[in-house]
Design a protein. Structure first.
Length: 335
């Protein structure tokens, strides 16, 4: 009898991976302001050599910061950490109080401002309302660099911070005209709730000419809402100190997803969280590069037979100009 006609099972067959559908929320990841800020650091290194100093994290993402450190960026919290070596300092995308460029001018430092233009827009709006005699109610999170920078555009006492609807119900601004401004990275729904309370209490409250919450924050939250009810889990790629990333996780659960988690990158993600699930979603905060999303997908593929579905709610084509010193060719030195 031919012994090979019915070969015995070897027991080495590769087990079948369970299927998993992954909905990729779009837009996600880098926004125009973050992309501009990173380019400013990279181009400054090319133009001025190393080191180039950066006050505060240029954006809230350790992967990005460490990549720029490897190229020659030195991150500091305050200007007094920078030696008088003639090298430039860059202000982060979150913006800085007026006292910071004033201190740099006093030391005759070369500085480049990487403040997101949409944050600068909030600064100018607050200044306009203050110049018109209004006290400013700033909706935002205490201690966040963007809030510190916005409050620092005006004299002490000119701005009152309102963090949530509870504070909105009890805040006691000084008598006179009132206007409001907001941090650009807030939850759209939370901010609407705060404003409902403030407008009931202060019917003549003046608004910005254009909404302060930026297009990128709004779009990323809308994309998460679009997939939330279809997902049993949503993974938000982003840093714990990134306001817009934290808001995305909160928005996911409020929009109907049973669970949402925030992870800095793929190596920090346990794919076993998706065991027994059929559909999960992935988004990323505005300071998280796409490569970190790809890391999470790669981790999932180790454990599951992954099918990717893109769910895009808006196209983003905004590009912000670089600071003038980086737009003009540097004059060659003749020896």
């Amino acid at each position: 009898m031919d012994q090979t006609a019915n070969p015995r099972p070897t027991g080495l067959q590769t087990p079948t991976k369970p299927p998993l559908t992954v909905l990729l929320a779009g837009p996600r990841g880098f926004c125009a302001g973050v992309d501009r800020a990173i380019k400013i650091v990279e181009l400054a290194i090319e133009r001025y050599g190393t080191p180039v100093y950066v006050r505060h994290e240029i954006v809230h993402n350790r992967f990005v910061v460490e990549g720029l450190q490897a190229k020659g960026a030195v991150f500091v919290e305050e200007l007094d950490e920078i030696p008088d070596d003639g090298q430039p300092v860059i202000f982060s995308a979150h913006g800085v109080p007026r006292s910071v460029p004033a201190a740099a001018d006093a030391r005759r430092m070369l500085y480049l401002d990487a403040t997101c233009p949409l944050v600068s827009k909030v600064h100018r709006e607050a200044e306009r309302h203050f110049a018109g005699g209004s006290h400013i109610l700033l909706i935002g999170h205490a201690g966040h660099p963007e809030v510190v920078g916005t409050m620092g555009q005006l004299p002490p006492g000119a701005v009152t911070l309102v963090e949530d609807a509870e504070q909105a119900a009890t805040v006691q601004p000084p008598p006179g005209p009132l206007a409001y401004a907001t941090q650009t990275t807030l939850s759209v729904d939370d901010t609407a709730e705060v404003l409902d309370v403030l407008r009931r209490r202060f019917p003549d409250l003046s608004a910005p000419v254009k909404e302060d919450i930026c297009y990128a924050t709004t779009n990323r939250q809308a994309a998460v809402k679009a997939i939330a009810e279809r997902c049993e889990l949503i993974v938000v790629v982003g840093a714990a100190n990134s306001s817009n990333s934290v808001r995305l996780r909160e928005v996911a659960e409020r929009a109907g997803c049973p669970r949402a988690v925030l992870v800095p990158r793929g190596r920090d993600f346990d794919p076993a969280l998706a065991d027994g699930l059929r559909t999960i979603g992935i988004s990323a905060g505005a300071s998280a590069p796409e490569v970190l999303v790809e890391e999470v997908v790669a981790r999932l593929r180790e454990r599951f037979d992954v099918t990717i579905e893109d769910v895009t709610v808006a196209e983003e084509k905004i590009i912000f100009n670089l600071p003038r010193p980086l737009r003009t060719p540097r004059t060659a030195t003749v020896e």
